[in-house]
Design a protein around this ligand. Sequence first.
Ligand code: ADP
Length: 227
Amino acid sequence: MIKLTNVTKTYPNGTQALKNVDLTINDGEFVFIVGPNGAGKTTLTKLLLREEKPTSGKIEINGYDLIKMKNRKVPSLRRTMGFVFQDYRLFPNMTVFENVAFAMHVIGEPNRIIGKRVYKFLKLVNLEEQAHNYPYQLSGGEQRRVALARALVNNPQIVIADEPTSNSDPVMAYEMMELLKKINDLGKTVIVITHDIKFVQYYDKRVITISDGTVADDKAGGDDGEN
Ligand code: ADP
């Protein structure tokens, strides 16, 4: 569960990026976060990953208190979340397989379980056949799917995707959204940060609108609880 209570973030230059935000996202929800540029969406994700701390307020994620927690606990918190960055952040000199396996090596998983698990997630994102290709040999949509497999491979409870349909053609964007929905159907909390209002309307899920640092709107999805 993600719970923000009265969260304010003021940057050192005085910019108030978030103002008194209250927000709860329960396990297993599918949530869109929308809002214009400068609204505070990136700041919100930085707080969730604890790249930044709020100026005031309280943030709890998967049982961790992000204000009180020691820095050495941050990796454990981040392991409960999978993040798909807008620019994928793949290693160009590693194959698809190695890029996904890397996330498991980092946390010290033994080799004997890595291969099996990597293939399981490459299969989920339909990339088994490209396992030995390098990122430059893949389309943008395929690279993003590698990033998604990498975000999932350590079995996080929460998956956050930042603009997962940007720079995609409509077919690619639809495939990506369907994958995120499938991941939600597997029981994960999925948070999609997007400008793509078409998809937001199509999926009829919860939509949180951030505007000028506040939650301007929070609309429940029509199919909540059923998927
Ligand atoms: P979004 O992701 O919705 O575009 P951001 O969270 O990036 O919004 O930005 C929210 C506000 O905070 C904007 O006014 C932005 O200029 C400001 N901001 C973001 N990061 C910083 C920073 N490191 N220092 C100062 N101001 C920042």
